[in-house]
Design a protein around this ligand. Structure first.
Ligand code: NAD
Length: 456
């Protein structure tokens, strides 16, 4: 009997679809297909590869509404957000479509000949992705991987495989040869683990939890695979007393309740300088009350349900009777994994809620006194992914930005991700960078060639 994944709609708890669930054999077959497709794909002329990537972008645009609705239903995210993510998927392919035709090496003066470098593709790359931004995060990996000339096997998260499976068909429709893009939906412990261990896979690009990422790094070492890891976060949103406090408070809810808090970049620790704590909370309260939680397919919705019942139970454990709940939003009743946004204040920096990645719509407000304490608190975490600084003092903004140990940081803004700028973490948030020009380096290797000319 064929194993299946029952794909559930978090907003209704109803079955959307059952899809085949692949195990190690399905991964082996996909890797074989990718290995067979590799020699021809790496040899595709640069302009032709660029054209195919642009064609993928065009097809994603043409199917934007269909893909956005599928993602909104499967991941429980607001349709407006899902449309934005599909726009980014197309943008990523367009951005990396420029890569095959750009210079990719250097010449180096040496005696007796000519030395130069070229970048070569790695071969078959394995991509393992989480459920929170299913197709967007897959695209961050697929775009540079394909542009650099690799073939790939993508294993999406068990809970949200639908857009990746749809994308696999769109890639064929765009004209990519069979075997270049292979998607295997299946469990992490079997299908994912096989991809990590497979001797025919050159690299694993993983986005997910720190616990699984740590296991993957250890297991990939057995075959000396390259690994890039985009892992969890517990980022700080630092509000100084000289900031535009109203603006900081207005932006704070989206920064932690966006995607129902299931965002690795969530600024879930809001550090507020003590003299403006009262003003900040007063401005935050109506902003939290205004967050519209509801049907992901409703255009006005700003926050959908959590991904699953089990995840909701975990998130709820941080908002128990003893939690200092200062502000609570509203959420629908009835079927669906709903959870009302919550702001805890004041939170002791040593509390579990302040230290662990909740991955839900729960913000911890922690008061501080002065710049040195702000930096110490911001760095008092095992993670280092994103963060924000709100101040009108430009010199302070730059001082603090340099002092916070994190991969990505915004000043007077809560945004983290752009197609053209590097994204990734430090500490337990992982290593390697996605997006931007450097991502290509993670999907290729430098070859150094020396041509003896007999010259002195
Ligand atoms: P997860 O680690 O449970 O799963 C991620 C993927 O790994 C899934 O596809 C899963 O099937 C697979 N997997 C699980 N066990 C595996 C194994 N032993 N071998 C190989 N693959 C395995 O993460 P999740 O719950 O899907 O996602 C939430 C986590 O992802 C959060 O911690 C979040 O912070 C993180 N995340 C990070 C980023 C980033 O860019 N830094 C972005 C989004 C999410």
């Amino acid at each position: 009997m064929t194993e299946t994944l029952r794909v559930i709609e978090p907003a209704t708890e109803q079955l959307i679809e059952e899809v085949p669930s692949g195990g190690p054999e399905a991964i082996d077959a996909a890797v074989d297909a990718a290995r067979r497709a590799f020699p021809a794909w790496r040899a595709v002329a640069p302009a032709d590869r660029a054209r195919l990537l642009r064609r993928i972008a065009d097809l994603v645009d043409e199917h934007r509404e269909e893909l956005a609705r599928l993602e909104a239903r499967n991941a429980g995210k607001p349709i407006a957000d899902a449309r934005g993510e599909m726009g980014m998927v197309a943008d990523v392919f367009r951005y990396y479509a420029g890569a095959p035709e750009r210079p990719n090496g250097e010449t180096i003066p040496v005696a007796g000949g000519q030395a130069f470098t070229v970048r070569e593709p790695l071969g078959v790359v394995g991509l393992i992705t989480p459920w929170n931004f299913p197709l967007a995060i897959a695209a961050w990996k697929m775009g540079p991987a394909l542009a650099a000339g690799n073939t790939l096997v993508l294993k999406p998260a068990e809970l949200t495989p639908l857009t990746a499976l749809r994308f696999e068909r769109l890639a064929l429709e765009a004209g990519l040869p069979p075997g270049v893009v292979n998607v295997v939906a299946g469990p992490g412990e079997t299908a994912g683990a096989r991809l990590v261990e497979h001797p025919g896979v050159a690299k694993i690009a993983f986005t997910g939890s720190t616990a699984v990422g740590t296991t993957i790094a250890a297991r990939a070492a057995a075959t000396l695979k390259r690994v890039t890891l985009e892992l969890g976060g517990k980022s700080a949103n630092v509000v100084f007393a000289d900031a535009d406090v109203e603006a900081a408070a207005a932006a704070a809810p989206a920064a932690v309740f966006g995607n129902a808090g299931q965002d690795c970049c969530a600024r879930s620790r809001i550090l507020v300088e003590r003299p403006v704590l009262g003003d900040f909370l007063a401005a935050l309260e109506p902003a939290v009350a205004a967050v519209r939680v509801g049907d992901p397919l409703d255009e006005a919705t700003q926050m959908g349900p959590l991904i699953s019942a089990a995840h909701r139970e975990r998130v709820a454990s941080y908002v128990g009777d003893d939690a200092p709940v200062a502000i609570r939003g509203r959420a629908p009743d009835g079927p669906g994994f709903w959870f009302a946004p919550a702001v805890l204040c004041p939170v002791d920096p040593d509390d579990r809620a302040a230290r662990e990645e909740i991955f839900g719509p729960v913000a911890c407000v922690i008061p501080f006194d002065g710049e040195a304490e702000a930096v110490a608190l911001a760095n008092d975490t095992t993670y280092g992914l994103s963060g924000s600084i709100w101040t009108r003092d430009g010199a302070r903004a730059l001082r603090v930005a340099r002092a916070i140990d994190t991969g990505v940081l915004s000043i007077n803004s809560n945004t983290s991700v752009r197609v053209s700028t590097p994204f990734g973490g430090v500490k337990r948030s992982g290593y390697g960078r996605e997006l931007g020009p450097r991502a290509l380096e993670a999907y290729s290797e430098v070859k150094s060639i020396y041509y003896a000319t007999g010259a002195a």
